[in-house]
Design a protein around this ligand. Structure first.
Ligand SMILES: CC(C)=CCC/C(C)=C/CC/C(C)=C/CC/C(C)=C/CC/C(C)=C/CC/C(C)=C/CC/C(C)=C/COP(=O)(O)OP(=O)(O)O
Ligand SMILES: O=P(O)(O)OC[C@@H](O)CO
Ligand SMILES: [Mg+2]
Length: 235
């Protein structure tokens, strides 16, 4: 599964709890993005996840479920991304929900389709930060330390810098880039157009674009080519 995501430079994240018209969904899925991640931190249900998956399946691109709620673990995705929020004292978001999921689903879990993401949540004003009690006061050194835990101690396939709803601090992104050697570095948060996308594309392996799809789909679409045209800085 690491190989499957390795070439991904740009992905769109669609939230089952939000409304997107058929025309907009078609444009997003046919934009040339590398994959669709289905996920959100609140209001995700089995029903709205099934419904969104069925709509995305009309298009020929990988579709991944980022599991945030056990009740919404829907079969039929190409891949399952499992977040662990590293910068919280509430261990239920690192291990607790995961333990319960394994107890509940047992042999039904398609382990070969799972990828773990070491989340570092950095926007204190986001639903995901409130939900998980993340410590968003980290400076570059603190974020870099968590990134090394994911990359070097836990050997996680993905480090996810999550600024959901707000554009990130590029000094922190740069510090994390410098220390992550093996994990694939995902960045998501507050990208509202091509220029912002290019700045993070230079530093990160994979750029995630979410909310702007719902408020300005034209701008969201421009981020695809912008990321494609941006070479990564060689570290
Ligand atoms: C039948 C079938 C497929 C069964 C198997 C199911 C399966 C694959 C099980 C795997 C086992 C396992 C270990 C599951 C984990 C279960 C689980 C619930 C873990 C907790 C994950 C977690 C830490 C969630 C916290 C929230 C989070 C990090 C969500 C990620 C998505 C995200 C950050 C969205 C952004 O939120 P958004 O809503 O956009 O925010 P704004 O509103 O601010 O924009
Ligand atoms: O919605 P935005 O702010 O683009 O963030 C994308 C993604 O990282 C959210 O999990
Ligand atoms: Mg969102």
């Amino acid at each position: 599964m690491r190989q499957m995501i390795r070439p991904w430079r740009h992905v769109f994240k669609l939230d089952p709890d939000r409304v997107l018209g058929d025309k907009e969904l078609a444009a997003v899925c046919q934009s040339g993005t590398d994959a669709i991640i289905v996920g959100g931190s609140t209001g995700v249900t089995y029903e709205n996840t099934v419904s969104l998956l069925a709509r995305i399946r009309k298009y020929d691109l990988p579709c991944v479920l980022e599991i945030s709620d056990l009740e919404a673990a829907v079969p039929g995705f190409d891949l399952y991304m499992i977040p662990m929020v590293l910068n919280t004292d509430d261990t239920s978001w690192i291990l607790g929900h995961h333990r319960r999921a394994i107890e509940r689903f047992g042999s039904l879990i398609p382990w070969e389709l799972l990828l773990t993401e070491g989340y570092i949540v950095l926007n204190s004003d986001s639903s995901v930060a409130r939900l998980t009690g993340a410590d968003c006061s980290l400076d570059a050194a603190g974020a870099g330390a968590y990134a090394q835990i994911a990359d070097k101690l836990m050997n996680l396939p993905v480090v996810y810098l999550e600024y959901s709803g707000r554009y990130g601090d590029l000094e922190i992104v740069r510090e994390v880039r410098e220390v992550v050697e093996h994990s694939q570095l995902f960045y998501g948060g507050g990208i509202t157009g091509a220029e912002e996308a290019m700045h993070v594309a230079a530093l990160c392996d994979t750029v995630v674009v979410g909310n702007i799809i719902y408020s300005n789909v034209e701008e969201a679409l421009l981020t695809v080519q912008a990321v494609r045209d941006t070479p990564q800085i060689d570290w």
